[in-house]
Design a protein around this ligand. Structure first.
Ligand code: ARG
Ligand code: ZN
Length: 504
């Protein structure tokens, strides 16, 4: 036992006093075996986001996820549209408090085995409040009405603050087509030929145990085994060549950049992979479904051919591209939208040029710098939409000023102007004003503080909060600092007032 961990009589006495003072505190007898200052308490069941109170978890930080998945897509029609997923998730985390127990988010899917630091936990029924559970254990709470999907793990010995632990969860089950709070498809969306995997805002938990909130970014490794002939595409770059054995092919991907859980993907389909490099050496990996219509295939290949030029333009406008690679996953199925999955956006049926510009811009604005709370969604969608305007102008199309004027042509009595862009509510995350009034806000800001301060603010924002999360207030502070102007009234008018701002 080291000096640091030796418990003195005085510390024990203090712990005894604390146990008396705090109802429900862990008894001293239990602590005596694992003494470390503060009593070990349960980690929170959420990250503290009012839009999704049970998304993410407290008490630890994930450093890395290794996801070893095996997926059997549905049989041909008329078989039901149900796949079969089995997984081993190896999660390396650091306790941020003395932890009696902690949660992971996992929706549906069965858990077969849980190990912490190589010691296996026993499945038990959820204890009632105040009830103690003996020994290393885990249990599930699945409450669809509350959007509360939790796997609680009670490690023994308890984890101490700062301790690193490896959690291995073996799990699996049938996959269907989960939906988000507004009823849109998301998560592991089973398709006839595979799966389209798009998690925004908290759909990662439909396919792996996760702390499902952008404030807990981590790195990822993937090993995805699918029937021979199918292609599995995840974030980042291939770690090695696929391996085929007994009719199954394993695809290896690694994503070494910090990544929010809503941006992970492991899509499966009848894809053709195309790999290239930009002039400055950035790897581009495109996965295009073999079954796109001829018209969609033509549009898609024309758009993807512009990716290198778009990257160069946004690097000039913003900062260096933030990740190790880029590319696209273009599925012949549809979830009804595209998503900026990190390094490799997913597109439904076709990738148009403006959508590719939008999803690329998100790699900086949304992915490298992510919303700290989901109410800050306009920082993603307003910026990506504004970047679309900038790309249109750069590539000989409509000017950003003309795009701005189109938004400002919406009549003042249109309900468009009633959305509070800085806090649109969980059902308002993806409404048009978040995108278009968000973009107009940025253009109005540019008119207010001038091009120099505007683009310097964008770069400062990206440097200051790279690999992290930030709020609307943080953005305002950066703009005020860089421009030297007081912008409170400006941002209140544009982001917090449910009426049309005066046209500048
Ligand atoms: N972030 C995506 C984009 O703008 C859109 C996601 C839309 N999701 C939804 N459930 N409607 O690129
Ligand atoms: Zn977007």
């Amino acid at each position: 036992m080291s000096a640091r961990t030796r418990t003195t009589g005085a510390v024990l006495a203090a712990l005894a006093a604390a146990a008396v003072a705090v109802p429900g505190a862990t008894p001293v007898a239990a602590l005596a075996a694992e003494p470390r200052g503060e009593a070990a308490t349960p980690g929170d069941s959420g990250a503290g986001d009012p839009y999704f109170p049970f998304a993410g978890n407290g008490g630890y930080d994930v450093r890395h996820y290794d996801l070893d998945l095996t997926y059997q897509p549905p049989a041909p029609e008329p078989a039901p549209l149900v796949g079969r997923l089995s997984g081993v998730a190896t999660i390396d985390l650091t306790a941020t408090q003395n932890l009696d127990r902690f949660n992971l988010d996992l929706r549906g899917l069965d858990v077969h085995e849980v190990e912490v630091n190589g010691r296996s936990a026993e499945e038990v029924d959820p204890p009632s409040p105040g009830e103690q559970v003996e020994g290393a254990a885990y249990w599930r709470v699945q409450n669809d009405a509350q959007r509360q999907w939790e796997l609680t793990i009670q490690p023994r010995p308890r984890l101490t603050k700062g301790e690193r632990a490896r959690v291995v969860v073996t799990y699996g089950g049938d996959t269907t087509r989960p939906t988000d709070i507004e009823g849109a498809l998301y998560g592991w969306v089973t398709t006839r030929d595979g799966a389209m995997v798009v998690n925004e805002p908290e759909g990662a938990m439909t396919w792996y145990p996760v702390s499902d909130h952008p404030t807990d970014k981590a790195t990822y490794g993937f090993e995805i085994t699918v029937p021979e002939g199918k292609v599995a595409v995840a974030n980042g770059l291939p770690r090695r060549k696929p391996v085929t054995k007994d009719g199954w092919t394993t695809w290896f991907w690694k994503a070494p950049d910090q990544q929010a859980s809503y941006l992970t993907t492991a899509s499966v389909g009848d894809f053709t992979l195309h790999t290239s490099k930009t002039d400055r050496g950035l790897a581009v990996v495109n996965a295009v479904d073999k079954d796109l219509t001829a018209a969609n295939a033509a549009t898609t290949s024309a758009s993807l051919a512009r990716q290198a030029d778009m990257i160069a333009f946004f690097e000039d406008t913003f900062t260096r591209y933030p990740f190790n690679s880029f590319g696209a996953i273009v599925d012949d199925d549809s979830v009804g939208y595209a998503l900026e999955t990190q390094t490799r956006p997913v597109y439904s049926r076709v990738a148009s040029e403006s959508t590719v510009a939008h999803e690329l811009a998100h790699q900086w604005l949304g992915n490298a710098v992510s919303p700290e709370l989901w109410r800050g969604i306009w920082l993603n969608e307003g910026w990506a939409s504004y970047a679309e305007w900038l790309w249109a102008e750069e590539s000989g199309g409509r000017s950003a000023q003309a795009s701005f004027e189109e938004v400002m042509a919406i009549p003042a009595d249109d309900p468009f102007w009633t959305v509070v862009v800085a806090d649109p509510g969980p059902l308002g995350l993806f409404v048009a004003p978040v995108y278009d009034r968000g973009a107009a806000t940025l253009h109005a800001l540019r008119l207010e503080i001038g091009d120099r301060a505007f683009f310097a603010s964008a770069r400062r924002w990206l440097q200051r909060y790279d690999d992290s999360t930030a709020t609307t207030e943080d953005f305002e502070a950066v703009c005020e600092k860089v421009s030297g102007e007081s912008l409170d009234a400006f941002f209140d008018t544009w982001l917090r007032t449910p009426s049309k701002p005066p046209t500048p």
